[in-house]
Design a protein around this ligand. Structure first.
Ligand code: KG4
Ligand code: ZN
Length: 333
């Protein structure tokens, strides 16, 4: 069963065809990151316009690379939330048009459920239940994946998401957008112990708070600037990455232990962080660890098609009145 997945919730225009939720047949990602980089972060209005420019070509290319036509598809899946509303609407409306013209069912997909489905593409044998840290530009959730359609949030950020903190700190340190890869690269030649950063406290053991941490990094840099002293950017980047990776991996490992999961996973843009992966593996002991292939960590259409397969099997289709939803819990009914 072939499903087309369309993703346009942020700054990637992406489409992919996946077979039976597990096998990528074609996968096309057009990233707008370079243009947003000029402004230090995603500019929603520009994102919507670039999606409009790119979407027809991206979907056509996906079909061409797969050697398939719309009639070969079982269904058309698209991200409907959470995300930037103007950006989401481009993918949703394109999917609606295809669905209407072809008579194929329209399948709405939650973006974070999509990130989790990237694991099914990387590990065709992986089955729930497992515990997953979903860390992206907008979220830092620890999710209990009870089965293919049941998700429970164990912990989440109470302010900035992990990726958002990476992006903001990177901008302040002059390292560019997207911040995650830039900070990870700078950290390679930095001394993570040179700067001491605070460990934020949260009431729920599994929640995270990165806003104070981000401010602490920015303050160190600004204070140095005012004193005319140079910041060791690479070491500050290394200290920041270490702290975030340490907090996220600690919470995930503790949750796996306390809730009794023997399979532990991570997904989302931030899961591309090598230090985060290392620390998780170190802390979970004998438990099995799963992380998406690097190319499937960031936003892509394959994860939406894979997720679309499980939504479709569960009968979750939508009518042509489907709308975008800017903020949407992962356990929505
Ligand atoms: O999942 P994603 O592509 O888009 C959203 O759903 O938000 O995640 C993007 C986020 C950005 O904040 C980016 O800086 C971060 O993922 N990211 C990373 C790395 N690669 C991307 N963060 C830390 N380390 C990385 N290697
Ligand atoms: Zn994402």
């Amino acid at each position: 069963m072939y499903i087309l997945g369309i993703e346009s919730s942020c700054d990637e225009t992406a489409a992919s065809i996946v077979q039976d939720g597990r096998k990528i047949i074609s996968n096309v990602v057009y990233s707008q990151a370079e243009e947003h980089g000029l402004y230090g972060g995603v500019v929603p209005e520009i994102a919507s316009r670039r999606h409009i420019d790119a979407i027809s070509e991206v979907v056509q290319k996906t079909l061409d690379e797969a050697g398939l036509g719309v009639n070969d598809l079982e269904a058309v899946a698209c991200t409907f939330g959470p995300g930037l509303i103007g950006a989401l609407l481009v993918g949703i409306n394109y999917a609606k048009g295809l669905s209407f013209a072809s008579g194929k069912p329209l399948v709405p997909v939650h973006h974070l459920r999509g990130h989790i489905a990237a694991l099914y593409l990387t590990y065709p044998q992986l089955k729930p239940p497992f515990l997953c840290l979903v860390a992206s530009g907008g979220h830092s959730h620890i999710v209990a994946v009870d089965d293919y359609t049941h998700f429970r949030v164990i912990g989440q950020t109470i302010d900035d998401a992990a990726g958002e903190a990476f992006d903001k700190v990177s901008r302040t340190l002059g390292l560019g957008y997207p911040g995650g890869p830039a900070i990870a690269k700078a950290a390679l030649t930095g001394d993570k112990d040179k700067y001491k950063l605070p460990t934020p406290h949260t009431e729920n053991r599994y929640d995270v708070s990165f806003s104070g941490l981000k401010t602490a990094v920015i303050n160190i840099h600004n204070t140095n600037n005012m004193k005319g002293e140079e910041t060791d950017i690479n070491s500050l980047a290394a200290a920041f990455q270490e702290k975030i990776a340490d907090i996220l991996s600690d919470n995930l490992a503790a949750a796996a232990q306390n809730f009794g999961y023997d399979k532990v996973a991570t997904a989302g843009g931030v899961s591309a962080n090598t230090r985060l992966r290392q620390l998780i593996e170190q802390k979970i002991g004998d438990r099995q660890f799963f992380a998406p292939q690097m190319r499937l960590c960031g936003d892509n259409g394959a994860m939406i098609a894979a997720r679309g397969y499980y939504e479709y099997l569960a009968g979750n289709t939508a009518g042509l009145d489907l709308n975008g939803v800017a903020s949407l819990p992962i356990d929505f009914k």
